[in-house]
Write a protein that binds this ligand. Structure first.
Ligand SMILES: *Cc1c(COP(=O)(O)O)cnc(C)c1O
Length: 424
């Protein structure tokens, strides 16, 4: 599937295409992770719940190592880790599980319009009253400003006596904007409400400490930090306060009753190793990602007039750059740079191409949202790849703009907002 790229005058070092720059969608499994987890398929294949033979003991011992490694990444104790199939499940478990067990306290939840669907949709289900056995809930979805931040006074004002849970993501998956976790945690503690954070994008990219930040529940997904797909975890605080959860699944009572089902031993071992690497290589990984991202962004901005960066340019994930290219159709741009894997600011729903709800919530119009590209770098990207991508993107933007009548009008000094369009 790989070829050498020769296109691009600015490219000196050889790069191999296709180039992967969609690390917010998923990351390549680190070869060190693969090496660690492989023996747990065919050699140490035991069920971690088998208590009466060595096959089970070995699997269980490996799970406990992974539990310690995962806990260390976020500063909790191993007993507070509940392994799941990923962040979608972890978010569902946190929200629906708390909603059920704290129904006596209240039915109000606070979240934000830029959350991932795996947070928004369970909350909407609660709001609609469509979760079996659960009464309807009220949800406050806080708006965000132009950079993607929630207003902390608005958060404080939204919390009511019947508020049970605040769910605000650590870092946004489309624009990278970081929420101030410590400040949010403080507000939640003062007001006596639980704080859940979806840290799927943040893990391994910003420091996370559930104690320092006052986090009660936290979702993780291994495949976003160089671990395998289909495995994740929910951190559930055991002390101060002890968080209680109703499980989503009934069964053998694994994971302290919170998540029944035979543990995915190879996946969990891989997640543990990925967490260990993320923690040990944290400083160098982040510095490298930030340097590559800045090189990419500066290169693109220097060569594409009018291109703008979305999200908070400072307070954001180190590996991500979301750029709008006015008068360029994002999907056309992606087609034009098909040797580069990136994401667009359009969400493909079954029927149509909808502009991203995250970009729209920042105040971007449909046009600008559709002209946006998310570049997300990873541990395996190189400087040569970045330079190659800058070159390809810049040429393609120039080519597409040459074909754009709107761009031509802008070049001639026409103010498009003042044009009266007639439809025939
Ligand atoms: C990827 C992602 C999810 C979903 O995680 P899965 O493990 O793939 O289910 C949830 N939230 C955010 C912010 C994500 O980026």
């Amino acid at each position: 599937m790989t070829r050498s790229a020769s296109r691009g005058a600015a490219t000196t070092a050889t790069v191999v295409v296709p180039i992967y720059m969609d690390n917010s969608a998923t990351t390549r499994c680190d070869p060190r992770v693969v090496a660690k987890l492989l023996p747990f398929f065919a050699d140490d294949f035991g069920n971690a719940a088998s208590r009466n033979h060595v096959f089970g003991w070995r699997a269980e011992a490996a799970i406990e190592v992974a539990r310690e490694q995962t806990a260390a990444l976020i500063g909790c104790t191993p007993k507070e880790i509940v392994f799941t199939s990923g962040s979608t499940e972890a978010n569902n478990l946190a929200i629906k599980g708390v909603a059920e067990l704290y129904a006596g306290k209240g039915r109000h939840f606070v979240s934000c319009v830029t959350e991932h669907k795996a947070v928004i949709d369970p909350l909407k289900h609660l709001e609609l009253g469509t979760i079996p056995g659960q009464p309807r809930a009220e949800i406050t979805f806080l708006p965000v400003d132009r950079l993607g931040h929630v207003d902390l006074d608005a958060l404080s004002a939204a919390i009511r006596p019947d508020t049970v849970l605040v769910s605000l993501m650590a870092a946004n998956n489309e624009i990278g904007t970081l929420h101030p976790l410590a400040a949010i945690g403080r507000i939640c503690k003062e007001r006596g409400v639980l704080f859940h954070t979806d840290a799927t994008q943040a893990a391994g990219r910003i420091p996370i400490d559930v104690e320092a930040f006052g986090i009660d529940l936290l979702s993780l997904s291994a495949h976003k930090f160089y671990g395998p797909k289909g495995v994740g975890a929910l951190y559930v605080r055991r002390e101060g306060p002890r968080v209680r959860l109703a499980p989503l699944l009934d069964g053998g009572g694994h994971e302290r009753g919170m998540r029944s089902g035979t543990l995915n031993v190879p996946g969990i071992v891989g997640m543990g190793e990925a967490a260990r690497i993320a923690r040990e290589d944290f400083a160098s990984d982040v510095a490298r990602l930030r340097a590559l991202r800045d090189r990419l962004e500066q290169g693109i901005l220097a060569r594409s007039v009018n291109a703008v960066v979305n999200g908070d340019p400072d307070d954001r994930l180190p590996h991500l750059s979301n750029v709008s290219f006015p008068y360029v159709e994002g999907e056309s741009l992606i087609m034009g740079i098909k040797d580069v894997a990136v994401s667009s600011g359009s969400a493909c729903t079954s029927a149509s191409l909808e502009p991203s709800y995250v970009l729209k919530s920042l105040g971007l119009g449909d046009e600008l949202a559709h002209s946006s590209i998310r570049f997300s770098l990873g541990r395996f990207n190189t400087e040569a790849e970045v330079d190659h991508v800058v070159d390809m993107v810049s040429r393609e933007v120039a080519r597409l703009r040459e074909m754009s009548p709107l761009w031509e009008m802008v070049q001639q000094g026409v103010d498009l907002t003042k044009v009266k369009w007639t439809v025939h």
